[in-house]
Design a protein around this ligand. Sequence first.
Ligand code: ZN
Length: 154
Amino acid sequence: MLCPNCNAVVTQGQRFCDNCGLRLSADVAPASAPTLQAPISQQSPLPPSEQSQPTTYQAQPGIYAPAVVPNSNMAIISLVAGILAWALLPVIGAIVAVVCGHIARKEIRESGGRLSGQGLALAGLILGYTQLALAALSACLLLILFGLVAAGTA
Ligand SMILES: [Zn+2]
């Protein structure tokens, strides 16, 4: 016998078409409306679309789990201080950025994966060290300049 809807081969006495889920016999108990859900719940082979959906729902918490790992506060302080060093507080901000950056990297290393923010800490360290280097260079240039001025007036 063939399904009147999709012409798939169905065995006699089967209540729903395996291929399209069409209700084949009218004398079935009218438990639920003859929608596509009725054959799915009564027959074991699920359509591929229905089978794949539960696995995608289960995979989603796994995708979001790594994002829950909090950033190290020290790493955030280091980055903010590093930016402040360049914007408002040269040297002082840079020292804070470097100190906090090193503490953050140690903290993250010893947390065993419970803290993140390695990138933030590294950015804070780079900002801090480059600012300190620039400040040291400026100080040297100023000293040389003062030295030249002093030599010229002597
Ligand atoms: Zn069918």
